[in-house]
Design a protein around this ligand. Structure first.
Ligand SMILES: [Mn+2]
Length: 186
């Protein structure tokens, strides 16, 4: 069986991106699909785009790709994956499955219901998704979905953003890498 990695919403976060790529390579996964949002905010837009073009198959127009897939294979997909909302989940709709692969560089799962817990690192990691199965087969066969979350060095990412003069830096830190602000305030 073949494994593929689906990543999305890197948002110029080079530290999170490299952490995810290292993990994918260490698992021996050869194909990486990227569902978009490579840049906007974050420290390193150019470097992220350069690396993504080398390492990933980028979905530039998902609707066209799905139409092409349906026409070529005569199959209407049972499982649809997407990014964009930065929240990783899986949901069943009757006999179909919808999966959000999560965000590499900008999770919005900054959940902390206990003020005594100042460490937000559990919900501010780099997220992506692995699929394992027999790709291209028309018959149903064994299929696995794996949600991955990786700790990465957010302090290092903020340092790079400062060095590169990223726009709206304070807002970026607060809105997108919020646990540091929470920790510093306490
Ligand atoms: Mn996004």
């Amino acid at each position: 069986m073949e494994k593929i990695a689906i990543i999305s919403d890197i948002h110029s976060n080079i530290t999170a991106f490299k952490t995810v790529l290292d993990d994918i390579h260490n698992r021996g996964i050869k194909r990486i699909f990227c569902a978009g949002d490579l840049v906007l905010r974050g420290s390193s837009p150019c470097e992220v785009v350069d690396i993504a073009r080398k390492e990933c198959e980028i979905f530039d127009n998902v609707e066209d790709k799905m139409k092409l897939f349906e026409d070529e294979h005569g199959i209407v997909p049972d499982i649809v994956l997407y990014g964009d909302i930065h929240i990783q989940y899986m949901q069943k709709f009757f006999n179909k499955t919808l999966i959000n692969v999560g965000s590499v560089g900008n999770v919005v799962e900054n959940v902390n219901h206990d003020e005594n817990i100042k460490d937000m690192s559990e919900t501010t990691q780099a997220y992506y998704t692995i699929l394992e199965g027999d790709f291209g087969k028309k018959q149903r066969s064994s299929f696995s979905i794996q949600f991955v979350r990786l700790p990465y060095d957010i302090n290092k990412e903020i340092e790079i953003a400062k060095q590169n003069g990223s726009p709206s830096l304070e807002n970026y830190i607060y809105m997108y890498l919020i646990q540091l602000v929470v920790m510093e305030k306490n």
